[in-house]
Design a protein around this ligand. Structure first.
Ligand SMILES: Cc1cc2nc3c(=O)[nH]c(=O)nc-3n(C[C@H](O)[C@H](O)[C@H](O)COP(=O)(O)OP(=O)(O)OC[C@H]3O[C@@H](n4cnc5c(N)ncnc54)[C@H](O)[C@@H]3O)c2cc1C
Length: 451
């Protein structure tokens, strides 16, 4: 009889891992503690819940590394990409989704799969026997985190991310804000108007920065370190780094013309992106924060167009649990000290929904092959998935290991023979090479896909 694969955590990684293994004909038991035991960020009992932004980021598979990950996941029959495409919202070149419909659809598909059994409840120790994938994410429950620490002997690292606030659309003043994607990017009119923009004059910007710097911030708890991951810096920390930092970051005014006042170039612009299919909610792009709630309302209502804003959700801070993967995991994503356990998702030190789901996809396939009695190598290094795995399981410096987004810097350099190539051509070179290698890897998979 075929052995079962147990997966702990029905988040981005666990959901995709379960789907991939089951599609390969392997019976899966999916253990999920929600909704019986919650986390401070998840709000439902659904699988693949997006806890903050509703975006899977760039969908450009020719010149963007995240877009390439999308392509690889689609090529591999990824469930999350299929559901994301089905519930996509206009977002001017990015893949944003209706989070509620997306998670609901993933949940229904997993529950309906004949080879997947859902086992509710928290797993509190590392099992000695059987094949397991641990995909418990940045908010791994305390009991399991302790069990992992006891096994690995290595302190998990902790740092803070921050949640961006969400605004009710009907509280935004459209005589001040206007719809436009930066550089009018997008295929359709809807996409070219995917963002709501709030303009600021120089005086308004300076007053806003003063307020950010003066605002009450949440305190760090004892024992927590205050190291931020650079890709997810809280807005007030960016402001602390320099008064112009935000104007060159999430508040940059380039590629936008104020439809309410076309001759006046804004000094800075705050962008909001649609957060649900109904268009009733908008999140403030890049405005992760650890300001206290009262301060957030006060400061964000200084933004022109948001003076009367009603907030569906305010920003917050959270801890992130991840392994020192370069020392602990082999290139099959197995714990060296206990090869019956694989790890996948954010807990391995990748960062982001897409990267986590992609690591789940690979872990599911590797585990399925192993259970079927064959060894599947990880995807080649020149692919986006392979580059990420190579980074976390070996290339990264273990002493300074921090979570990593996919990016072309993780790929082996492209052969530059044949003259100088512009950056865009180089990126295209990376993605062409990756697609060919990934297709070969898929074709080499020893297990049959499809039940
Ligand atoms: C507050 C917050 C905001 C974030 N914002 C973004 C963002 O905007 N964009 C982005 O790309 N990424 C964001 N991230 C990172 C995001 O969590 C990950 O990118 C992604 O969700 C991780 O996928 P995962 O499958 O590894 O973990 P999760 O999606 O978190 O899934 C882990 C699952 O394991 C379950 N679980 C935990 N412990 C146990 C246990 N012991 N037994 C059984 N089940 C368990 C949890 O309930 C959960 O369902 C954010 C993370 C946090 C915490």
């Amino acid at each position: 009889m075929t052995q079962e694969l147990h997966i702990v955590g029905g988040g981005m990684a666990g959901s995709e891992a379960a789907w991939q293994a089951a599609q390969a004909g392997i019976p899966v038991v999916l253990h999920e503690m929600r909704p019986q035991i919650g986390t401070f960020a998840h709000q439902t009992g659904n699988f693949a819940e997006m806890v903050c932004s509703n975006s899977f980021r760039s969908d450009d598979d020719e010149r963007n590394a995240v877009g390439l990950l999308h392509w690889e996941m689609r090529a591999a029959g990824g469930l999350l990409m299929e559901m994301a495409d089905r519930h996509a919202l206009p977002a001017g070149g990015a893949l944003a989704v209706d989070r509620e419909a997306f998670a609901q659809a993933v949940t229904e598909r997993l529950r309906a799969h004949p080879l997947i059994r859902v086992e509710p409840g928290e797993i509190t120790r590392l099992p000695d026997q059987g094949h397991w994938i641990v995909a418990t994410g940045p908010l791994t429950s305390d009991a399991l985190a302790q069990a992992i620490r006891a096994e690995t002997g290595t302190e998990s690292l902790a740092f803070f991310d921050a949640i961006a606030p969400i605004v009710h659309f009907d509280t935004i003043d459209l005589s001040q804000a206007w719809f436009q994607s930066r550089y009018d990017k997008g295929e359709t009119e809807e996409e070219r108007k995917a963002y709501l923009n709030c303009p600021m004059t120089k005086d308004q910007y300076e007053a806003f920065i003063d307020a950010l710097l003066a605002a009450d911030k949440a305190e760090f708890r004892e024992g927590e370190t205050a190291g931020y991951f650079d890709g997810c810096l809280p807005i007030e920390v960016m402001a602390e780094r320099g008064r112009e930092t935000l104007r060159h970051g999430p508040m940059k005014p380039v590629g936008l013309t104020n439809a309410n006042d076309p001759t006046n170039k804004p000094y800075a612009v705050v962008q909001l992106r649609r957060d649900n299919a109904l268009g009733t909610l908008y999140n403030i792009v890049g405005f992760q924060t650890k300001m206290k709630y009262g301060a957030q309302v006060e400061v964000f209502r200084m933004i022109p167009g948001l003076q009367e804003a009603g907030f569906a959700r305010l920003g917050g801070i959270h801890r992130n649990t991840f392994l020192n993967s370069p020392t602990l995991l082999d290139d099959q994503m197995r714990l060296r000290s206990r090869p019956n356990l694989r790890f996948a998702g954010q807990v391995t030190g990748v960062e982001g929904y897409v990267e986590s789901a992609a690591m789940g996809l690979v872990a599911g396939r590797l585990a399925a092959a192993e259970i079927a009695g064959q060894m599947l190598p990880p995807p080649p290094r020149v692919t986006a998935m392979g580059a990420l795995i190579a980074h976390i399981t070996g290339d990264a410096d273990a002493k300074t290991f921090q979570p990593m987004n996919v990016n072309f810097g993780l790929f082996p350099p492209i052969d530059m023979k044949g003259g100088r190539r512009g950056r865009k051509d180089r990126y295209k070179g990376y993605t062409d090479r990756a697609k060919e290698a990934f297709s070969d890897w898929l074709a080499s998979a020893p297990v049959s896909v499809g039940v």
